[in-house]
Write a protein that binds this ligand. Structure first.
Ligand SMILES: Cc1ncc(COP(=O)(O)O)c(C=O)c1O
Length: 382
């Protein structure tokens, strides 16, 4: 599609051209099952090992501490269920603004006798650190928080949280859903005392169909999938060699450019926010000032986001109202509810999410088109 303005990168990113080309090359060549013994198999196994070593080096862990999965959702499920199946301690701490792949998994464990406790958050989506310190106990099995919130972009104070948890009790495991953070904002696995960290390929311009769980050396998990014992017995099933390689190549690219991208996108977001403030419409910024530059969540007062999204789409501008899983089912956002927005404001919410490919001209075009659309919307609703 020509002239497409894609501002929905938190939902998924377009596969990088370099990655797409390398993948096309890879898929045009014969390749074997990585568990086999002939040379085509050995080549596949070697390629996966190269990818594993890259992620291991990035997070300063051993290659055996990198488990490839099919998605961020699967990495979250493996981290949480894999750990809780073995846990004698029964309390789980999390926040009310986690992704569904964390919340639903933990809710399922609450039905099986675990106590699920929610940490207090403020109107910016920030965890109350005193509440964390207070709620931790010898009975706590696990703390699970996201590094960057997928709807509003709040960045969690992971370093401080890791210190608080470790100080309280060395046995408590710390899980971080870093799907919206990896390759985008600073993230330190070892120094921040993280035990389990989930990442996903399609949020960093890799193909949909790969994710990974990074584990500290003190974690012992029960697998979710049993079978041939791939991924050190933790994720049976023939490895998706192409998807893993695509993830690896995308990670190489994004990590190399992380700082430069951060700077560029921060400026772009600030420029967009300034432009929005100048529009003669009643808006509310729902993203905290100090949030991920990649995400900007706004309530357009008196508008219905679904209509606004469609009207923007007619102009070739692609956005969403928040988490993709909520948008499709027209469910009100649990994140915006938890930070105190009224139903009325939630229904007028748009999430703009950027990528290194987003151009200033595209922001200008969006700022030029928005007032016209908002005017039409106001006219229709009166
Ligand atoms: C914070 C967060 N966690 C987990 C996921 C799930 O990742 P995946 O789409 O790879 O299953 C998403 C996807 O939107 C996300 O934003």
């Amino acid at each position: 599609m020509n002239n497409l303005i894609y501002l929905d990168n938190a939902a998924t990113t377009f596969c990088s051209q370099i990655v797409a080309q390398k993948l096309a090359e890879f898929f045009s060549m014969p390749h074997g099952n990585p568990s086999g013994v002939h040379k085509l198999s050995l080549k596949s196994a070697k390629l996966i090992q190269e990818a594993r070593e890259f992620f291991a080096t990035s997070f300063q862990v051993k290659p055996t501490q990198v488990i490839f999965t099919a998605s961020g959702t699967e990495a979250n499920n493996l981290a949480l269920s894999g750990m809780l199946q073995r846990s004698k301690r029964r309390i789980i701490l999390t926040t009310p603004i986690e992704h569904a792949s964390v919340l639903k998994t933990l809710e399922s464990w609450a039905k099986r006798g675990f106590e699920l406790c929610f940490l207090k958050i403020n109107s910016q989506g920030q965890v109350d650190l005193d509440d964390l310190a207070q709620k931790l106990s010898a009975e706590t099995a696990l703390v699970s928080v996201m590094a960057v919130n997928n709807e509003i972009g709040t960045i969690a104070p992971l370093k401080t949280m890791g210190e608080i948890i470790r100080k309280k009790n060395r046995n408590i495991l710390f899980h971080v859903d870093a799907v919206q953070a990896f390759g985008k904002v600073p993230l330190e696995f070892k120094n921040w005392n993280i035990d389990l960290l989930s990442i996903s390929s399609h949020k960093i311009h890799g193909p949909i169909g790969a994710g990974a769980l990074i584990m500290s050396d003190r974690v012992l998990l029960e697998p979710l999938l049993y079978g041939g014992g791939q991924e050190d017995g933790l994720r049976s099933g023939t490895e998706s060699v192409g998807m893993i390689l695509g993830f690896y190549w995308a990670a190489q690219e994004i990590l190399k450019n992380q700082l430069e991208n951060y700077q560029k996108i921060s400026e772009l977001k600030a420029y967009f926010m300034e432009g929005l403030k100048k529009l003669s419409c009643d808006i509310q910024m729902n993203s905290p000032e100090q949030s991920s530059p990649y995400i900007l969540n706004i309530s357009f007062k008196g508008c219905e986001s679904e209509v606004l999204i469609r009207m923007l789409e007619e102009e070739n501008i692609f956005t969403s109202s928040g988490a993709s899983c909520n948008s499709r089912h027209r469910k009100s956002s649990h994140v915006l509810k938890a930070i105190g927005l009224s139903d009325k404001d939630i229904f007028g919410t748009i999430r703009f999410s950027f990528s290194p490919e987003t151009k200033k001209e595209e922001i200008d075009k969006t700022l030029e088109i928005l007032p016209r659309i908002l005017e039409r919307l106001r006219y229709v609703s009166h």
